[in-house]
Design a binder for this molecule. Sequence first.
Ligand code: NDP
Length: 454
Amino acid sequence: MEFDFDLIVVGAGSGGLAAAKRAASYGAKVAIIEVNKIGGTCVIRGCVPKKLMVYAAKNRINMVSSEGYGLKSKEITFKSKILLSNIREEVSRLSDLHSNSLKKLNVKVFEGLGIFLNQNTIQVVCPKTKNILREISSKKILISVGGKPKQLNIPGKDLAWSSDDIFELKDFPKTLLIVGGGYIACEFASIFKNLGTEVTQLIRGKNLLNGFDKDLSECLEKTMISLGIDLKFQNQLKSIKKMNGNLESTLESGTKLLTNNVLIATGREPALKRLNLDIFNLKMDGMYLKVNELNQTTNSNIFAIGDIIKKPNLTPVAIEQGRVFADNFFADKKRKVNYENIPKAIFTIPEISTVGLSEEDAKGIYKEENIKVFKCSFTPMSNTFKKNKYKCMLKLVVNKKNDKVLGCHMFGEAASEIIQMVSVSLNAGITKKEFDITMALHPTISEEFVTMYG
Ligand code: NDP
């Protein structure tokens, strides 16, 4: 049977773009369908614009806290309009770069919603008019439509922002309630507070960042409190209503909070609803599409990568899944994604970064008596003359039986940059002894990783 393409990719985010480009580079005839801007969550409304906001927040906090270094400015003003418009410009530039590289590789781009007609045919539909713009067919179809913010099912939920809305803002609010204690909630609490917004953060559990090493979440909690973020634990949002141009949030405890805006960051879910997948009766894994090691769904023509499958929902993971898919099916290179030792970072100020097992997980897997923990906490030199002297924390989790380092965790300046490199060593099976015989680089924060003993 003749098809229009060898591969249709539905969704031009990080994973979809990686798969389309890699497959096209092997000579495959590729189409990609996208309903929004080319780039997806990471480039348009996630990692990239968020990190630019983090840089703004870091710069401001450095400016306001550097008097001890002899640096004083009469007045530090923050014009959020300038930052937000520069971010939009940069995001458009990156989106255009992706479009151009697709063009160079002869990948055909279709603007619109991709809706399955059958296992080989996709209709490209205008999201507004619902008119069918094109019908295209392919031997293989890769779904890479990503995720979307989960909504809370409470009265007034539509009055709140999701993280997507932050990047559409014209200006920053003066007061903000953030709901959630995960990645997005903590990163935005840190960004907004360090840029001058009064932030209250509402967490349903007892601590921030569930599932992360406890020492990391405790360090972050202390820093957030000393920065003046009002953390409210073990409480939930019950309703939101308008109140004289502001929003009044009612909590489970009965407390009422009045803020300019509310940001709900209580997780994300796969954006699968608009694809018409019901016609295939595909097997699911909870809310995710079930796939095998080759990212094949239970329909052998249809593949899935990124935030719609039950794997760490992180940009580099989606990119690698896309490349591995293309390598396997368009170049006959047999390879698999390595899901071991995936480094993670939470871009608060300072950052949290981690690779491998938390102390709690390591003790759960290998038994408490087989685990040794090396830990240190100190005021980093960069804080010597600053008023707000947060402490950084470095930690190694080691298997006593074979001396293997199972986890490496850090809270502090440049943690993400350091942990990215440590993850290479963990993948290579590094032992604590190899850390110990490595010469320190002085004066740095990360030198403590090679000088910890006990
Ligand atoms: P997370 O899963 O990280 O956090 C969700 C938070 O919302 C948790 O604190 C959770 O509480 C809470 N929550 C869930 N449901 C409810 C509810 N009904 N009422 C109150 N609180 C609730 O999700 P995020 O939205 O922060 O991030 C989504 C994903 O995006 C991340 O998992 C990550 O994969 C990715 N991401 C990665 C980033 C990075 O790499 N730096 C940055 C941002 C996002 P509890 O812990 O009790 O379940």
